[in-house]
Design a protein around this ligand. Structure first.
Ligand code: ADP
Length: 640
């Protein structure tokens, strides 16, 4: 027998344990749900392994609960896959999830003494560690399938744990909780009571696919409900919730299953049962969460859909069933005609999977459309959390139902920037007569876009402009999408033709005339800025600001260029165009300076400031703050 080896918990685990032990939610019962869920996962894994690899036999699946009032313990034993010693150390001692640090920090910064908002910690999934809410010492003995030896782990939850060789006659895992004294006032019930244990299982784990059993008469009040001739009682009904008719399943059951799947303690926004019959037979149960997980944009985010074949678990995170922009959809899919031996490679090409995926995408988008139409408040919640992820679908070329995705887009508009978000359909329905395009503007923040000088003339002429400020907006709008045959046109790019043909002609000739008049000045300014801009020209976009930046018709906007660079992708470099407002008081004054002495040094300084100002209005960001600062100081000295 080896000596116990002491290990320190990873810092993040220590913080999490501290939160578990000290603050926390009133509903401590959920620890059992977490442990049962882990046990059920472990049985899933062993069943699957034994179907697909030689020489591994799965024992009769079972999760056994053993409350012991005398010892004040509750044991949870499963016939699952078990863990090797290395796996114990890696799984029960570290948290591998990305973003853990940031997440725990946000929890630590939460007001002290208050119960933590369950949805915060729920979306993180504390799993095993929740047991430290009810136990002050935990033992875990586990034997991995295929191994002959077992491992024993023990901890009091205060920073360290020990690992040593253990004894376990069969494959699987037993977790023994040494319970804290019951304290009903603080939500700590007596978990050695049969009635309490039965109640929790019924409430949280009824649909678990394997029998959860308890020996009759094993505990404090064990005499209740004894049926003669049998010594075990099965506590759950084991009905797979997804192939039961919708009318038979209660809302509460659907929600409980969602919690079982996701560990998210916030109710889902929508539950979508799906039944496919005919050439392809499949059941699915999908959920649209209310809150985005904190790692939605991390490549390691846990994808949400599990694959079953005839109620046998096949794989977690089946990304072949949901496109990336719907990666946040949770649920299970049970495909009846698939082989249990499917590999990821086969799945990618499997025609059945393609058909099922198509149906699921349709269902999800349909549900969203309905929500948008009939439950605006829910839709806003959804959009705040998942809108940017959904819009990723508009960037990819071969995306199913792209038009439906466009239908789902909402954005603030110049009509009322802080008011109701506007859909493309709303927009098109009230376009001005003769208006041919859907106007939009993108920028780094809602505020920056709403205040952009580029809006001045367009809004003054009575046009509505949609305001986009998610980073992804730059990318999908760059693809020149159309909606209901109308192009979406950036008012920050190329020329924007406003008004009737007659008005346009007039405006154009006015600008042309002005440009001829000021052409030498414009050339002079361009020469001073030739490193930074492609052109300096007069604009009819502005009414009150002096200058703005626009991109040439076919160039990428400066923000897209920056984004692509950050993503490590090649971005064709192109310079912006600086547009000046001929109606601004500054322009005639500059013309006077220029007419007196075309080599006046102030012209270079003014050019620099105009460019800086335009950059600030565009992105709140100066590409060369140093040059801007010097020019400003120099001009001040001259003016004082
Ligand atoms: P999560 O379940 O969210 O992954 P946990 O902290 O609950 O987080 O568990 C961490 C890991 O430990 C699990 O992913 C699994 O690999 C392993 N584990 C936990 N309980 C068991 C068990 N009963 N049998 C086998 N492995 C387990």
């Amino acid at each position: 027998m080896s000596q116990p080896v002491r290990h320190e918990f990873q810092a993040e685990v220590r913080q999490l344990l501290d939160l578990m032990v000290h603050s926390l939610y009133s509903d401590k019962d959920i620890f059992l749900r977490e442990l049962i869920s882990n046990a059920s996962d472990a049985i899933d894994k062993l069943r699957f392994e034994s179907l697909t690899s030689e020489g591994l036999a799965a024992a009769e699946p079972q999760i056994r609960l053993e409350p012991d009032a005398e010892k004040r313990t509750l044991a949870i034993a499963d016939t699952g896959i078990g863990m090797t010693r290395e796996e114990v150390v890696a799984n029960i001692g570290t948290i591998a999830k990305s973003g853990t640090k940031e997440f725990l920090k946000s929890l630590r910064d939460a007001p002290k003494g208050e119960a933590l908002p369950p949805e915060l910690i729920g979306q993180f999934g504390v799993g095993f560690y929740a047991a430290f809410m009810v136990a002050d010492r935990i033992e875990l003995v586990t034997r991995k399938a295929g191994a002959t030896t077992a491992t024993r782990w023990e901890s009091t939850g205060d920073g360290a744990y020990t690992v040593e060789d253990g004894e376990r006659p069969e494959v699987g895992t037993t977790i023994t909780l040494h319970l804290k004294p019951a304290d009903p006032e603080h939500g700590l019930r007596d978990y050695t009571s049969d009635a309490v244990v039965d109640d929790i299982v019924k409430k949280y784990s009824d649909f678990v696919a394997y029998p959860i059993v308890r020996r009759l008469g094993s505990s404090a009040d064990g005499s209740s409900g004894a049926s003669p001739g049998r010594s075990d009682k099965t506590l759950n009904s084991m009905k797979a919730i997804w192939d039961r008719p919708k009318a038979e399943v209660s809302d509460a059951e659907y929600k409980e299953f969602y919690r079982h799947l996701t560990h998210d303690w916030t109710d889902p926004l929508r539950t979508i049962p799906v039944k496919m019959e005919g050439t392809i037979e499949a059941y699915a149960l999908l959920y649209l969460p209310e809150k985005a997980p904190f790692d939605l944009y991390s490549p390691e985010m846990k994808r949400g859909v599990q694959l079953y074949v005839k109620r046998v678990f096949v794989m977690d995170e089946c990304k072949e069933l949901m496109p990336p922009h719907l990666r946040w959809v949770k649920g299970v899919v049970d495909a009846h005609d698939l082989s249990l031996n499917v590999s990821r490679e086969i799945l990618q090409k499997d025609r059945q999977i393609q058909v099922i995926k198509k149906q699921l995408v349709k269902k999800v988008l349909g549900t969203l459309e309905e929500m948008k139409r009939d439950a605006a408040d829910d839709y806003l919640k959804f959009w705040a959390g998942f809108g940017p992820a959904l819009k990723e679908g508009l960037v990819a070329y071969d995306v199913q139902d792209k038009d439906k995705l466009l239908d789902l887009v909402i954005a603030p508009s110049t009509r009322d920037p802080n008011g109701k978000l506007v859909s493309l359909d709303d927009y098109v329905g009230r376009m001005k007569e003769g208006q041919e395009a859907i106007y939009f503007l993108t920028g780094p923040s809602k505020d920056a876009v709403a205040k952009s000088p580029l809006l001045e003339a367009v809004v003054a002429k009575g046009y509505e402009v949609l305001l986009f400020s998610d980073p992804i907006d730059e990318l999908w709008l760059e693809r020149a999408p159309r909606y209901k045959d109308k192009p979406l046109q950036s008012i920050g790019k190329g020329d924007v033709a406003l008004g009737t043909a007659e008005e346009r002609k007039q405006a154009e000739s006015a600008i042309e005339e002005k440009s001829r008049e000021l052409s030498d000045l414009l050339t002079c300014l361009r020469v001073h800025l030739q490193e930074d801009v492609k052109e300096v020209r007069l604009s009819n976009r502005l009414t009150s600001s002096a200058a703005c930046l626009v991109a040439d018709e076919h160039d990428l906007s400066p923000r897209v260029q920056r984004m692509l660079e950050q993503l490590g992708q090649p971005a064709p470099k192109s310079k912006p165009i600086l547009e000046l407002n001929p109606a601004h008081a500054l322009i005639p004054k500059l013309q006077v300076v220029f007419a007196e002495d075309s080599s006046d040094v102030r012209l270079a300084l003014y050019a620099r400031l105009l460019l800086g100002q335009a950059h600030l209005a565009d992105s709140g960001h100066l590409p060369d703050p140093d040059a801007f600062g010097k020019a400003l100081a120099d001009l001040m000295i001259r003016a004082v």
